[in-house]
Design a protein around this ligand. Structure first.
Ligand SMILES: *Cc1c(COP(=O)(O)O)cnc(C)c1O
Length: 395
């Protein structure tokens, strides 16, 4: 059954929550000879993308671009602003929050983890209480994941900013938006975020390979005093070079051509329309999950993610065996359960280059796969999603 090249026609459905499907426009934009990164054509491209990224982050200040996966931008956020032994407050929303915490430990920071059950977002009241207790202001940063990709839970970043302010605490606020930027409303300036971390391969519809830090004035000031060792990630050299349209090392030139195209696509659709599209597809997906009779991993409707949905498998059924059947029969990749959720959930990515009919196809593959895998469910999930999409279209 799992023959190589078993699906010679049609597109693979890459419905994991990142990397996401790369649209033809972006593939074509990158299909270009690599140019001299010290020449005028490159300088114009760099200026275009460095300026064009700011509205995507809803930031007026600088955004730096690394040729790196999102993990690199996590590290950059920490090493540029903190010193060895600094305490940071982190929140256990799921797998990605846990990885960021482990990275902080390896760098010699002292993360304190507010425990979570991987089904809920950040509890802003718990953050506020912990910061109020920290009279000596030992915590130098609060680090949270906006959209926890392992669980399909979106946290209220503005509420966390209000919590920090209510506690009158000077900690920086750092937010991982790797699976929300360009899919779910996110406001770096308005929400008082100091460092926003993002990546290329999810809402921005690019291949993996770029990541970003959007930087506030307070973070720039903290960088002057930060003592963690850094070289490749150092903001000062990067910002000095960027000011003139250059990079301190060889940039990922062809990905930047794709980035320029992605920015153009998002801004011409309009961010509000992009966010509404993701909300519509998430709502229709949840309608299908409810119709099948399954439970969402996210327990709080106010925190449902608009970029992915994590679905609990009925007890006694292996999510990975089901995913394999969907891949073998329908050429579609669904997201696996990560670490403690392995085999227990599957994740449906509905972000990036995605429309109503891609969703109907995605859900159709899932519904057929459930039957083939012998997973007990009610039929009619696709019907329910179509009714939701039809209603959103005014019918
Ligand atoms: C994908 C993802 C990451 C990891 O990014 P890499 O590009 O794999 O390093 C981190 N955080 C979140 C929320 C993600 O979705």
């Amino acid at each position: 059954m799992a023959r190589l090249n078993a699906h010679p026609s049609g597109r693979h459905f890459l419905q994991i929550p990142g990397p996401t499907n790369v649209p033809d426009r972006i593939l074509r934009a990158m299909d270009h000879p690599t140019i001299d990164h010290r020449g005028p054509e490159f300088q114009a491209l760099a200026r275009q993308v460095l300026a064009g990224l700011r509205p995507i982050f809803q930031a007026r200040g600088p955004v730096v671009i690394y040729p790196a996966s999102g993990t690199g931008a996590w590290e950059a956020a920490l090493v540029n602003t903190l010193s060895s032994g600094d305490a940071v407050l982190m929140v256990e929303t799921g797998h990605f929050a846990t990885l960021w915490k482990r990275l902080a430990e390896r760098l010699g920071l002292k993360p304190e983890f507010i425990a979570g059950d991987w089904r809920r977002g950040v509890d802003a009241a718990a953050v506020e209480a912990r910061l109020r207790d920290d009279k000596a202001h030992a915590f130098k940063a609060v680090c949270i994941v906006h959209n926890e990709t392992s669980t399909g839970v979106t946290s209220d970043v503005a509420a966390v900013r209000r919590a920090i302010d209510a506690a009158r605490h000077p900690a920086l606020l750092m937010v991982d938006t790797i699976s929300s930027l360009g899919s779910i409303d996110y406001r770096h300036d308005e929400w008082g975020v100091d460092v926003t971390v993002a990546g290329s391969q999810k809402g921005l519809m690019l291949p993996p390979g770029l990541s970003f830090n959007a930087i506030s004035d307070r973070a720039l000031a903290a960088a002057k005093a930060a003592r963690l060792p850094k070289s490749y990630w150092a903001w000062d050299e990067m910002l000095a070079a960027n000011a003139n349209g250059w990079f301190p090392f060889t940039p990922a030139t062809n990905l930047l051509y794709g980035l320029a195209e992605a920015i153009d696509m998002l801004m011409s659709e309009g961010l509000a329309a992009v966010f509404a599209r993701h909300a519509r597809h998430a709502e229709a997906t949840r309608a299908a999950v409810r119709a099948w009779g399954f439970e969402l991993l996210c327990v709080n409707p106010a925190e449902y993610s608009n970029s992915l949905t994590a679905v609990l498998m009925p007890a006694g059924h292996d999510a990975d065996a089901f995913r394999k059947i969907v891949l073998d029969h329908f050429n579609m990749s669904l997201g696996q359960g990560l670490t403690r959720l392995a085999g227990k959930v599957f994740r449906i990515g509905h972000l990036g280059d995605f429309n109503d009919l891609t969703l109907v196809g995605t859900l159709g593959g899932i519904e057929m796969g459930l039957a083939l895998a012998g997973v007990p469910h009610r039929e009619g999930g696709v019907q329910a999603a179509m009714a939701s999409l039809r209603a959103a279209a005014g019918g």
